[in-house]
Design a protein around this ligand. Structure first.
Ligand code: ADP
Ligand code: ASP
Ligand code: MG
Length: 423
């Protein structure tokens, strides 16, 4: 069997959904296929706003945002010619009912109950469209398979329990129907409470299904020709990497290449399942194949990764002592408490600096907490440029032109620059 994953961009409007069907007709006919789908377009961002409005009890904003959700999905349904259905109405009734209740738990809990609706809506609509087009399939609720703990917004998957469920629920349906549609990004606790796996987590969901079901291959369908040596949003003329090792793919995603979620590769590598990154705009083209532990292919190409929206935070001991293990352990425990992900760190005798994503709510609470132990300074409006190259003499001064560099770190194959975002 094979696993396909279609992300938000591939189902952002009615023509895109039709395009998915045409890819399925040409590429899902050779073997049983399980397809993982994300929320449509930018729905997850919209639902994040809805979760916040709900939690803050801002009824106007809540209703306005819910209307946007309805309007967007209804216009796609209408354009696809899908009539009102009982399942869709039931889904909306339940959603409305949930939104009418008062918040009764943590924000993280309510976030997962609301934001998961994006994947539920998208899978229902695509399933109804496939049905109306005569494409035989089964719709499976991913929450019956992907079992997590109750770490809301970033559920940790229980591999053993989930594997058991996958074999129990997916295999018989796959054998019978040959095509199964399910949601990415969402899971459930053993008590049947919905959880999510972290933003952009659908790639990871697909890899989990591939791992549990011993897939022959997995394909993620993207709006780019495959994995490129740089993100086309930030770099001119990037080059397609035709083949990548699991190792290089893990490194790239770790440093911030957002084309695949960082957690995706491990479950595949573990069972030597090849991952294809292909374009949903040109499905006939090869794309990138990620396989094996090592490959010489494309080794000479430098790889550029850019993470925007960074903040550089530095601490100094208040009592004129040096940076020590004791200070650092206090620092890291505070970082862990505020879920700060450290992308780069550097220390000197008196200073310890880290670069992290600038999520204002989280970062400002973190800074406040640090201030009771250390002298704290920070710079916002930064980006983190990572260059991976065997050839350290490679000239990339063009990319850095006009930017001020706040910090540089180099190892044998990797150079990192914390730079100003726009000059
Ligand atoms: P999905 O629709 O599956 O969620 P994403 O939008 O998350 O897909 O991933 C595709 C995007 O990843 C591309 O549009 C591109 O801007 C970005 N990207 C970042 N780094 C790379 C890279 N090295 N190669 C290709 N695309 C990249
Ligand atoms: N819809 C979720 C998100 O946008 C998961 C995903 O698309 O991978 O983060
Ligand atoms: Mg994505």
């Amino acid at each position: 069997m094979q696993v396909f994953k279609f992300g938000g961009a591939s189902v952002k409007d009615a023509p895109s959904v039709r395009n998915v069907l045409s890819i399925l007709k040409s590429h899902a006919n050779t073997m049983p296929t399980l397809m993982v789908i994300s929320a449509m377009g930018k729905t997850t961002n919209l639902l994040e706003d809805l979760a916040l409005a709900f939690f803050k009890k801002d009824r106007n904003l809540r209703d306005l945002t819910f209307e946007k959700f309805l309007h967007y999905h209804h216009s796609i349904r209408a354009e696809l010619g899908i009539n009102e259905t009982e399942s869709w109405n039931d889904f909306l009734d339940e959603f409305r009912w949930e939104l009418e209740c008062e918040p009764s738990n943590t924000f993280e809990y309510h976030y997962d109950q609301i934001v998961s609706k994006g994947e539920m809506a998208s899978s229902l609509i695509v399933s109804e469209f496939l049905k109306s087009s005569g494409f035989s399939h089964a719709l499976l609720d991913a929450r019956d398979v992907i079992i997590t703990d109750d770490n809301y917004r970033e559920g940790n998957v229980d591999m053993q329990k989930s594997e058991k469920k996958a074999l129990e629920y997916c295999l018989p349906v796959l054998n019978k129907e040959k095509f199964v549609l399910t949601q990415g990004f969402i899971g459930s606790t053993v008590e049947n409470t919905t959880t999510t796996l972290g933003r952009e987590g659908s790639d990871y969901s697909a890899a989990l299904f591939a791992h549990f079901l011993n897939a022959e291959k997995m394909v993620v369908w993207k709006d780019v020709p495959g994995v490129l040596n740089a993100d086309p949003r930030y770099f001119k003329n990037p080059v397609l990497l035709t083949e990548l090792s699991y190792y290089d793919a893990i490194e790239m995603t770790y440093y911030g290449a957002t084309v695949i979620h960082p957690k995706t590769i491990r479950p595949l590598q573990n069972k030597k399942i090849p991952l294809w990154v292909k374009s949903f705009l040109h499905p006939e083209k090869e794309g990138t194949k990620i396989c094996r532990d090592y490959t010489e292919k494309n080794k000479k190409l430098p790889i550029f990764i850019y993470k925007p929206n960074q903040i550089l935070i530095s601490i100094q001991p208040k009592d004129f002592s040096f940076i020590s293990e004791g200070n650092l352990s206090v620092f890291f425990s505070i970082a862990q408490k505020y879920k700060i992900k450290i992308h780069l760190m550097q220390n000197s005798a008196l200073n310890f600096s880290i670069c992290t994503d600038f999520f204002p709510d989280r970062v400002f609470a973190f800074l406040e907490s640090l201030k009771s132990h250390f002298k704290v300074t920070y710079n916002e409006g930064l980006g983190l440029l990572t260059v991976r190259s065997k050839n350290l003499a490679y000239d990339y001064s063009e990319i850095l032109k006009g930017r001020s560099i706040l910090l540089i770190q180099k190892t044998r194959n990797t150079s990192q620059y914390v730079i100003s975002e726009n000059e």
